[in-house]
Design a protein around this ligand. Structure first.
Ligand SMILES: [Zn+2]
Length: 120
């Protein structure tokens, strides 16, 4: 995939895992981190910052590693990929997080639309 696509994927997955962790792991200690990623030998393709519990940080690093290794030039959405590269337990965890955060983002979008309509 292109560097732009890689940067987009990395930013998206970080955002989704962050939403999940913020809501679901309120009681867990968080690690604040900033990270700059290299993709196909190009340094600083994308940088992200996050504040996640240990498990979610592991999940995020795992996702980054899978994205770096993604063989698709035209990368499909990971959840519709014909050759999913996640190991099954990780895949299930990830699917749960994506579903939760996706719904939450969707709801916020609907709420915003609704409020805008109401305001006139
Ligand atoms: Zn977490």
């Amino acid at each position: 995939m292109t560097n732009e696509k890689f940067a987009y994927e990395v930013t998206t997955v970080t955002k989704f895992i962050q939403i999940y962790c913020t809501d679901k792991h309120k009681q867990l200690p968080k690690i604040k981190q900033e990270k700059t990623l290299t993709y196909e030998g190009v340094p600083d393709v994308v940088s992200v910052s996050y504040e996640l519990c240990k498990d979610c940080e592991d999940m995020l690093n795992y996702s980054f590693a899978r994205l770096c290794a993604c063989p698709h030039v035209q990368k499909p959405r990971c959840h519709t990929c014909p050759h999913p590269c996640y190991e099954l337990p990780m895949w299930k965890r990830m699917a749960k997080m994506m579903k939760y955060s996706g719904m939450k983002l969707g709801l916020n979008k609907i709420k915003r639309l609704f409020l805008r309509d109401k305001d006139g």
